[in-house]
Design a protein around this ligand. Structure first.
Ligand SMILES: Nc1ncnc2c1ncn2[C@@H]1O[C@H](COP(=O)(O)OP(=O)(O)OP(=O)(O)O)[C@@H](O)[C@H]1O
Length: 658
């Protein structure tokens, strides 16, 4: 704790605070006017205990974020109850390396041009070029974001936010808030963030220590599942990347996303119900239907074993219960043997052991994979009626995979669910809070599994349906997730303002997403204007040169993305550009680090990232025909840009931009 505190103090040395409010508590006495300085970490005088800077997460600092201007009294909730008062000043301050860089008053009481809180400081921050990694936003958190960040812990928050509305950022700040506010109840090690891939985790990795929450666990769902289930080495478990080629290819054989696609089916509530029925039926029938006669005349009745299993050991998961019953039977046998004449003891012992072995052969011990195989390959008579409900095509496909010793990403939710039912959840895998970023790509079944791993349904579930490019296994509507929680357990928020891009880029992207058949929330820009989106016809052979020219023109920015449509084409373009002497990183699905600079990235991998300048290539009829997947892919690509967006096409432009 001391080391952590020292770390915070060192950080505060170079930038102690970023804001000030002058707050007059509502007493008649004007002397109660306090100048409150707000920083990333609180600082107090070690001798006098006087608070010099308050932590941004403290109750009083909430006024800095929730204050909307005007002369009406404001209030905040302190540990002793609500405190009311008036704000006289709201000031933003930029300090870098102990140098005061900028001071902007966004509200001064009594001055006419400050009727509301001005956005000048926010716009100044948004105009900056970003470096490689995501940054904290403590100095400019907006009111609607602050409400989410400060929501109570024992709630499943579901947040639909447009591209660039700060979902990822808000989720990380929420973790910092929870750790501050509930410091006696939760530990950083017991919080976990799920993100789409390792590169994305690297991209957000800087914010965590900046916010003082470096020890939070970070995982992809795939890696996490592999930590829990010990798969036999002969089984290959394919990650989600295995699906990319199938779903993101171009040409006439592009797949349509339907409800009976294997991925969607295996993530559905319907499938979870079937698995649950199989498990509970197995539970009902697993004990062999017989008494256990250890030796002649020594019978352990079926009823006694039932009582042990269904009543005494009921709190344990199935397989642990089976172990307990095994041990109990052995104890019973040993204690009974004590009364047996020494001369025949040995003989009866070996006879009893044989009987016990044969008894437990009839009582199958399953691993998750065995049970899953049983469902698909050779269901026992009690299960076969239930498995009839699984569509035949999915059954056949899965049976074939299992025969080839292969499992796929979409099988993981069911496998984890079975594993938890059979073996329970170890305390290492129980969490105080779970963040699911890009949650539109999660299936209801995945969320059901995660719900088993979190205490008090404490979730932050964030996503954007407009970016649902993985809807072959994700959701189409938040109802699919909301229905998994009761009304009191959940809260739903919408974030509609996009902070990432200029107004021009947002308006352009909105036009593209409006082609979608879904009714989706459109983004509203913060009034930050930039250059018009540039659309250029560029013949194929001139593409490398054109890209080089744009890069040359934009050489002063920190990050540029060249976005292609498929993995293969990006690799090709990367080679071509490298031959032309342009240094750039190719982002592939198994990349673990994000290096910034100039990147070449397929649209489906760009999700979650952002770049000062984005150049989208091949925006033509062939690569982006008008269908749901391409609308969303192009929307994702466009909304990655902060300041400038270029679209290049050869032949005929895509109908989405023509
Ligand atoms: N209140 C804010 N003040 C300053 N910058 C902000 C604010 N909110 C968000 N941003 C910035 O907007 C950008 C987008 O944030 P973030 O990546 O968290 O959004 P997102 O909703 O997760 O986006 P997407 O869904 O497109 O991945 C980031 O650069 C972030 O710093």
């Amino acid at each position: 704790m001391r080391l952590e505190k020292l770390d915070h103090l060192n950080g505060s040395l170079s930038a102690p605070y970023f804001g000030r409010i002058d707050f007059e508590e509502q007493f008649p006495n004007i002397e109660s006017l306090q100048n409150i300085y707000i920083g990333k970490f609180g600082i107090e005088d070690i001798d006098s205990r006087e608070i010099i800077v308050v932590d941004w997460r403290s109750p009083i600092a909430s006024l800095f974020y929730s204050f909307n201007g005007g002369e009406e009294p404001v209030s905040y909730e302190s540990p002793d109850g609500f405190v009311e008062g008036n704000i006289h000043l709201k000031r933003n301050i930029v300090i870098r390396n102990q140098t005061l860089d900028r001071v902007v008053d966004s509200y001064v009481r009594g001055q006419e041009h400050f009727e509301g809180v001005s956005d000048e400081f926010l716009i100044y921050r948004l105009q900056e070029n970003k470096d490689d990694k995501l940054k904290d936003i403590v100095s400019t958190i907006q009111e609607e974001q602050d409400k989410i960040i400060r929501s109570p812990k024992n709630m499943a928050l579901i947040i639909q936010g447009v591209a660039g509305s700060g979902k990822t950022t808000v989720a990380l700040h929420r973790l910092a808030y929870l750790l501050y506010h509930y410091r006696d109840q939760i530990k950083a090690e017991n919080l976990i963030i799920f993100a789409p891939n390792k590169m994305f985790l690297d991209y957000i990795s800087n914010v965590l220590p900046e916010l003082g929450i470096g020890r939070v666990q970070q995982y992809t769902f795939y890696e996490w599942a592999l930590e829990i289930i010990d798969f036999p080495s002969k089984i290959k478990v394919h990650s989600i990347q295995g699906q990319y080629e199938k779903w993101f290819k171009i040409g006439d054989d592009q797949l349509a996303i339907t409800d009976v696609s294997t991925e969607r089916y295996k993530g559905s509530l319907q499938f979870q119900q079937i698995i649950l029925q199989c498990l509970s039926t197995y539970e009902e029938h697993c004990i062999p239907d017989m008494d256990l006669e250890l030796w002649e005349g020594k019978i352990l009745s079926r009823e006694t074993i039932h009582k042990w299993f269904y009543e005494e050991y009921q709190i344990f998961p199935l397989m642990i219960r089976r172990d307990h019953v095994t041990k109990r039977i052995t104890r019973f046998k040993n204690s009974e043997l004590k009364y047996i004449d020494k001369g025949i003891q040995k003989k009866l012992k070996s006879q009893a052991n044989k009987v016990i072995r044969s008894y437990f052969k009839k009582w199958t011990a399953f691993t998750a994979v065995d049970f899953y195989s049983e469902i698909f390959s050779k269901p026992s008579s009690v299960l076969s009626n239930i498995t009839l409900l699984i569509p035949e095509i999915i059954k056949q496909e899965t049976k074939k995979s299992l025969k080839n010793k292969e499992l796929h990403f979409e099988d993981l939710a069911a496998l984890l669910y079975i594993h938890n039912y059979l073996y329970g959840i170890k305390s290492d895998f129980k969490y105080d809070h779970i963040v699911i970023d890009e949650a539109q790509d999660y299936s209801p079944f995945q969320v059901i599994v995660l719900k088993e791993h979190v205490r008090n349904h404490s979730f932050s579930i964030l996503g954007d349906l407009a970016q649902g490019i993985h809807s072959y296994h994700g959701i189409n509507d938040w109802k699919e997730i909301r229905q998994l929680f009761s009304e009191e357990e959940t809260s739903y928020f919408q974030l509609q303002v996009s902070y990432r891009s200029t107004a021009e880029i947002i308006q352009f992207s909105n036009k593209i997403i409006s082609f979608s058949e879904q009714s989706l929330l459109l983004a509203t820009p913060v009034v930050r204007s930039g250059q018009e989106v540039s659309i250029n016809h560029t013949p194929k052979e001139k593409l490398p040169n054109k890209i080089k020219n744009i890069v040359e023109k934009e050489k002063n920015v920190h990050s540029i993305a060249i976005v292609g449509r498929t993995d293969e084409e990006c690799t090709k373009l990367h080679r071509l550009l490298s031959e032309e002497g342009l240094q750039c990183h190719l982002i592939t699905s198994n990349l673990e680090n994000y290096d910034g600079g100039i990147s070449i990235v397929p649209a489906f991998l760009a999700k979650g990232l952002e770049f000062d300048v984005v150049i989208i290539v091949d925006v033509d009829e062939e690569h982006y025909p008008k269908n749901e997947l391409n609308i969303k892919l192009l929307y994702v690509a466009c909304t990655r840009a902060l300041h400038k967006l270029y679209l290049l096409y050869s032949n005929n432009p895509s109908p989405l931009i023509s």
